[in-house]
Design a protein around this ligand. Structure first.
Ligand code: G4P
Length: 186
């Protein structure tokens, strides 16, 4: 009810997720991710700045594990102490180098990747590549809002990672949000 359909592809949710944040809702989001992934032996939650941080810290709080947010930087000179992956943003039509310090991810980690939106999956899959660079296991990918009509959900499925989205949107056509039902998704 608070989402504003900006176009057939973009939903604005600045009132609770992307600008103003709703902490009570984020707490519930964290609990739900923790419930979904509780059997996975998660040791770290990994997200990307900035809007992934709120749902990720709440999930990490529930799971009682550290949360790491990857940083987005323009182009970097080669550095030994960080993992780097290129992530292309279709929305912003630009690539960022996404980085995580080598101090915080290890081969024995079981990583839960969290992000606010899933569009083409660039951010989530970039984070998964970073976890794999560290030799860690990607134990799951948790998304707050999935736009099921874009390619990200299918791409995650093809990698074999376990993906869970709390909200699935089938369409933003005609200025309205149409949610995906179980039947239309699977
Ligand atoms: P992808 O990672 O799934 O491929 O998505 P894409 O490149 O298209 O997304 C780039 C940015 O736009 C991401 O945020 C993503 O969360 C956001 N985004 C994608 N689709 C929507 C949408 O329909 N509505 C809103 N509100 N955001 C969308 P970002 O640039 O990393 O920004 P932020 O996390 O710093 O806020």
């Amino acid at each position: 009810s608070e989402g504003i359909v900006l176009s057939e592809k973009v939903l604005e949710v600045d009132s609770f997720l992307n600008h103003q944040m709703d902490p009570v809702l984020m707490k519930e989001v964290g609990k739900e991710f923790a419930r979904l992934f509780e059997a996975e032996g998660i040791t770290k939650v990994l997200t990307i700045e900035s809007s992934g941080i709120a749902p990720a810290i709440m999930a990490a709080l529930e799971l009682e594990v550290p949360m790491i947010f990857a940083r987005k930087q323009k182009s970097l000179t080669l550095r030994e102490d960080i993992y780097v992956e290129k992530v292309y943003s279709f929305t912003k039509e630009q690539s960022n180098d996404v980085t995580v310090s080598k101090k915080f991810l290890f081969p024995n980690d079981r990583v839960l990747i969290i992000d606010d939106f899933l569009a083409h999956g660039e951010a989530a899959l970039g984070l998964a590549r970073i976890a794999e660079q560290a030799g860690a296991t990607v134990a799951g990918i948790g998304i707050v809002i999935e736009k099921s009509f874009q390619s990200g959900a299918q791409r995650i499925k093809e990698t074999g990672y376990r993906g869970e989205s709390l909200v699935r949107i089938a369409s933003l056509a005609d200025g309205k949000v149409t949610f995906a039902t179980e039947e239309t998704v699977h």
